[in-house]
Ligand binder design. Structure first.
Ligand SMILES: C[S@@+](CC[C@H](N)C(=O)[O-])C[C@H]1O[C@@H](n2cnc3c(N)ncnc32)[C@H](O)[C@@H]1O
Length: 217
């Protein structure tokens, strides 16, 4: 057993990406368009290896009912939708018509638009409209960081036993160790709350900017 963490150099990261499922033309075009049209915001998009991981995980879990909070131009939602089981549905939440207008085009191009429903509005309010029963198999949280505890509290009671919540940016580029701004502090507090939450068991993975996987008991 090793307790020494492996430093992920840029070369090793490139190797890792090249040895996982590689992005297809739709994903490459979506990443390129997002960077060209929204250069200041493109950093919000999930990493390509993270998108591959989301498809893998969704497929592995046999997900039929999924929710995403924070859709942006659609890369993570596309990845989740592609992994859904036959007849599966993904409900996406975002506040921006502009960003999600791009997402809608790429869902259509990838042929997954029929499985996705988009709800526009502040997720703290729109999530409350979901059925109040334990029916969700998978959720991905990747919206405004200060909202994470609210999204968590809306989602956990709606997850069926054994369902998984994936949460993005839980390492904040390492700044969870020494938070520098409100978002860093929000995530550090959120991480503490997750590990103390007796309704879930959780692991943190050093994928991209840190992904927490919580299995709801
Ligand atoms: C980090 S980006 C999501 C990236 C996306 N998962 C992807 O792979 O491209 C965060 C998104 O959260 C949305 N957002 C911010 N505040 C929100 C709120 N209060 N309710 C819903 N969505 C919100 C933003 O419009 C933005 O599209």
């Amino acid at each position: 057993m090793t307790t020494k963490p492996l430093p992920l150099t840029p070369e090793l990261h490139a190797y890792l990406v090249a040895h996982g499922s590689t992005p297809d033309e739709v994903v490459r075009d979506l990443a390129e368009e997002t960077l060209a049209a929204l250069p200041g915001e493109a950093v919000m998009q999930v990493a390509p290896e993270q998108a591959a991981f989301l498809t893998f995980l969704t497929r592995l879990l046999g997900v039929r009912q999924a929710v995403e909070v924070g859709t942006f131009t659609g890369l993570s939602s596309l990845a989740i939708a592609r992994g859904l089981a036959e007849g599966g549905r993904l409900t996406c939440f975002d506040i921006s018509e502009e960003y999600t207008g791009v997402a809608r085009r790429y869902w259509e191009r990838a042929g997954v638009q029929d499985r996705i429903e988009l709800r526009i509005g502040p997720a703290a309010e729109t999530l409350r409209e979901l059925p109040r029963e334990r029916y969700l198999d998978f959720a991905f949280i990747d919206a405004d960081k200060v909202g994470y505890p609210i999204y968590w509290d809306e989602l956990v009671p709606r997850m069926r036993p054994g369902a998984v919540i994936a949460v993005d940016n839980t390492l904040r580029d390492g700044r969870v160790l020494a938070p520098r701004n409100a978002d860093d502090r929000a995530i550090a507090a959120f991480n503490d709350a997750v590990i103390a939450d007796v309704r879930v068991e959780a692991v943190m993975l050093p994928i991209a900017d840190g992904v927490t996987l919580a299995r709801v008991l």
